[in-house]
Design a protein around this ligand. Structure first.
Ligand SMILES: O=C[C@H](O)COP(=O)(O)O
Length: 260
């Protein structure tokens, strides 16, 4: 409930596809097929759809999807707006290319590029400065889960990676257990519920109403056959999908779980 006592609007789920380092111009056919399917689904689809292509496809994909049915996101950004940083792109550049969001702190960035919570936080601030929604990834490794550290690890990443001033619109949390990414393994529905409940509680404590309304996505081996179960867990407001977002037919199976 808000201060005025009126009920909060329902959270609109999001299914976001992270293409990672996959996709050339030939893959644009997939996003066209997704967009056409969304058109045919009309009002029955009760979720937003986003594709986060490699940077090379951002602008052309954003132009193809200018009707807004498929939102476009980046996969990373530099904390600064411009400068001598060979190979990097800024949040402002992503926004200029037509992106409305950017994935930050993905475990592959944390491990491949030694990204820290502080570094991710600076990138989230950059995303907000450029008017982008930050999709902030958190999640434990297999070793951390085995040691019973899932909740403290995720809580620490959440606290460290998200800045103090956020809104429910400009920030999304994605819980991705590292051991579930690309492995075909998924946590049980109860395990997902436990972590998402902790995330919701932490967000609410820190951000009040914004924390209640913020979307929390689950990611890690989501596919058509498990999406209905995972997406029905309390406090799961959509999915961050890797492998199953590369083919339109696979992503559409996941989107179908949100067709009512
Ligand atoms: O960002 C997406 C995740 O890393 C999940 O990837 P996956 O669906 O291939 O397991």
């Amino acid at each position: 409930m808000t201060d005025a006592g009126s009920p909060l609007p329902a959270i609109q789920p999001l299914v976001a596809g992270n293409w990672k380092m996959n996709g050339t111009k030939a893959a644009l056919a997939e996003v066209i097929a997704i967009s056409d399917w969304i058109d045919s689904a009309g009002n029955t689809l009760k979720a937003d759809t986003m594709i986060c292509p490699p940077a090379t496809l951002t602008m052309v994909m954003a132009e193809l999807c200018s009707n807004g049915k498929v939102l476009i996101g980046g996969q990373d950004c530099h904390p600064l707006a411009s400068g001598a940083h060979t190979g990097d792109i800024s949040a402002e550049m992503l926004a200029d290319a037509g992106a409305s969001a950017v994935i930050l702190g993905h475990s592959e960035r944390r491990s491949d590029h030694a990204e820290t919570d502080n570094g991710v936080r600076a990138k989230v601030e950059a995303a907000h400065r450029a008017g982008l929604t930050a999709i902030v990834c958190v999640g434990e490794t297999a070793g951390q889960r085995g040691a019973g550290l899932t909740l403290p690890v995720v809580a620490r990443q959440l606290e460290g990676s998200i800045p103090d001033a956020v809104t429910a619109e400009n920030t999304i949390v994605a819980y991705e257990p590292v051991w579930a990414i690309g492995t075909g393994l998924t946590p049980t529905a109860d395990d997902v519920a436990e972590v998402h409940a902790m995330i919701r509680e932490a967000l609410q404590k820190r951000f009040d109403v914004a924390g209640i309304r913020m979307r929390i996505l689950y990611g890690g081996s989501v596919k058509g056959s498990n999406a209905a179960e995972l997406m029905s867990v309390a406090n799961v407001n959509g999915a961050l999908v890797g492998g199953a977002s590369l083919k339109a037919a696979d992503l559409i199976q996941i989107l179908e779980t949100y067709c009512k």
